[in-house]
Design a protein around this ligand. Sequence first.
Ligand code: CAA
Length: 239
Amino acid sequence: MRTALVTGGTTGIGAAISTAIKATGARVAATHSGNEARAAAFSTATGIPTFRWDVSDHAACATGIADVEAALGPIDILVNNAGITCDASLLKMNPEAWKRVLAVDLDSCFNMAQVVVGGMKARRWGRIVNIASINGQTGQFGQTNYAAAKAGMLGFTKALALEVARDGVTVNAVAPGYTDTEMVAAVAPEIMKTIVARIPVGRLAQPNEIARCVAFLVAEEAGFITGSTLSVNGGQAMI
Ligand code: CAA
């Protein structure tokens, strides 16, 4: 039985990913960054244990992953899903908004992967999936920080995929489009209207429509897919 760890795995797309991977028969742990009540409710509903730490903190990732591995066993599957937005056009963006988004969304991939990849290589099997975004592929007004972080994840995915390809470890990205989550609900309704009008499918994605792509990439049979980006955006960007 494989063991999976999903960052930001108690809410939104992450919660759907945690439950989809559990449904494949794997043991799953989910991290969260502080909403204890929501994490407890998620754990009660799904039976998935949750762990709390800040994925932008390199040392906290090492300690947190050691706790998960002590409880569940070595991590075979890592999903770097945790992410935040802090939107503002460039001239209005303060350095904190730039640094925090880069730290949570991109540094976290380095922090997490560096801890688990050695064990995956040694056991000659592993799956890493990084949850990027359509806005890292196309850019988006008001998201220089988020688009840079998400585009950075795509480069990180390809470089790490090369480093571990011989060791049975695959590294891929999933790039969701606009999905029915709290993050998207925070965008002003008049702006969302113009965005949804540009989605050929004519609606937002549901979190489980993203999660099934992750389940596909972490499957035993997916060993020949590595360094790829799976775009799941309702046709908004055909790349
Ligand atoms: N496109 C084109 N023009 C825009 C615009 C947009 N999205 N947003 C603002 N403008 C215009 C303004 O109307 C203004 O025009 P005028 O000067 O002619 O009045 C001009 O640009 C200057 O805008 P400001 O710098 O003052 O920007 P603002 O403060 O009004 O808005 C913003 C900035 C709140 C970030 C807004 O642009 C916005 O909400 N953008 C969308 C952000 C977005 O899509 N976020 C997605 C979050 S969810 C997510 O990211 C998940 C995922 O992976 C898909």
